[in-house]
Design a protein around this ligand. Structure first.
Ligand code: HEC
Ligand code: HEC
Length: 290
């Protein structure tokens, strides 16, 4: 402690002297040096963790996917029971893996007309690793970022506009297969277009990018990222106001309507009773005074 005081004293005594400049220079070097050592290995670390992720993904792939898609994702063209065992995956992209595995379609358990949605068997971290591995086989659509499909950042008015634009886009591009309200429908050759009411925004975006099975793919050239977001906003609005559950009270959604009733209704009662109470006491007092 005494030593510190003494150095501090010495520093302040020399602050204006010729040594001060040197001390500042040395301090500067020290700081930039430690900043460099702090940042440089961090870059190397992310590279290392990316290759680790791909390696982890490859291990999972060999264990759960390779017997249908081939050891290197090259696909197995053999047809068994009338179905191809597994298509090649080079170039399908991380988005296809996140969609197929994230909705439980993959790993397929039995060959059939159409891979159905099932409980998801991998954690999101494992799905990311599988996606990174498949993406390393060839360039393809990446997993979209939440900012691509979320309307959280928009004002209420912009949201309403996005939803109505999305409704139009849905009507022209999707109703033929998914029905006018997204409830789904049968497809030729025994397939079906699924109900879209409970599909996450990310998976809708990925389905559009990758066109699973008999669904066409809507690349960003066909349907701009903003139009995709609008369709997702529209499907989200259907989910929040299920028409089959009776009347919808103007379509604001049960939570916001409940909140509105609570705040305005109860709040109004409280304000009203306070007002009445204060006025009656005042009028009583004024009567007493009179
Ligand atoms: C029992 C065989 C089988 C297994 C196991 C399997 N798949 Fe598949 N996979 C298929 C078949 C068949 C298709 C094509 C039919 C379809 O798309 O529904 C397919 C399609 C896919 C697609 C879509 C390709 C495209 O063109 O968009 C991806 C991605 C995929 N599989 C990834 C995986 C991953 C990752 C695993 C392991 C976790 C896996 N699959 C396990 C048989 C299998
Ligand atoms: C030609 C018919 C067709 C059209 C048009 C079509 N889809 Fe699909 N869609 C399908 C089929 C079939 C599937 C099921 C694919 C599968 O299970 O592998 C599907 C699957 C989906 C899924 C995945 C649902 C789930 O359960 O995981 C989403 C989301 C989706 N479609 C959204 C759309 C949207 C939005 C549009 C319009 C922009 C659209 N589709 C246009 C046929 C179609």
């Amino acid at each position: 402690m005494r030593l510190l005081n003494r150095t501090a004293g010495r520093l302040s005594r020399h602050r204006r002297g010729p040594l001060a400049g040197l001390v500042v220079l040395l301090l500067g070097l020290l700081i930039s040096g430690s900043l460099y050592t702090a940042l440089a290995p961090a870059q190397a670390d992310t590279q290392a963790s990316e290759t680790e992720q791909v390696a982890h993904g490859k291990k999972l792939f060999l264990a759960s996917c390779a017997f249908c898609h081939g050891k290197n994702g090259e696909g197995i063209p053999t047809v068994r029971d009338g179905y191809q065992i597994g298509p090649p995956l080079a170039g399908v992209g991380a988005a296809a893996v996140d969609f197929q595995v994230g909705t439980g379609r993959m790993p397929l358990t039995q060959p059939g007309q159409q891979a159905p949605r099932k409980p998801v068997v991998f954690s999101q971290e494992e799905i990311d690793a599988l996606a990174a591995y498949v993406a390393s086989l060839g360039p393809g659509p990446a997993i979209p970022d939440e900012s691509d499909y979320s309307i959280e950042g928009l004002s209420e008015e912009e949201r309403q506009e996005a939803i109505s634009r999305g409704g139009q886009i849905f009507l022209t591009n999707c109703t033929a297969c998914h029905n006018f309200n997204g409830a789904g429908g049968a497809m030729p050759r025994g397939g079906y277009a699924p109900n879209l009411h409970d599909v996450e925004g990310k998976h809708i975006y990925e389905a559009l990018l990758t066109g699973p099975q008999q669904m066409p793919n809507f690349s960003n050239g066909n349907l701009t990222p903003e139009e995709k977001r609008d369709v997702i906003a529209y499907l989200g609005s259907i989910r929040e106001t299920p028409e089959y559950a009776g009347f919808t009270l103007g379509g604001l959604g049960p939570v916001s309507e409940g909140l509105f009733a609570w705040v305005v209704g109860i709040g109004g009662l409280v304000v009203g009773s306070v007002w009445i109470a204060s006025h009656t006491t005042r009028s009583k007092k004024s009567k007493v005074n009179a």
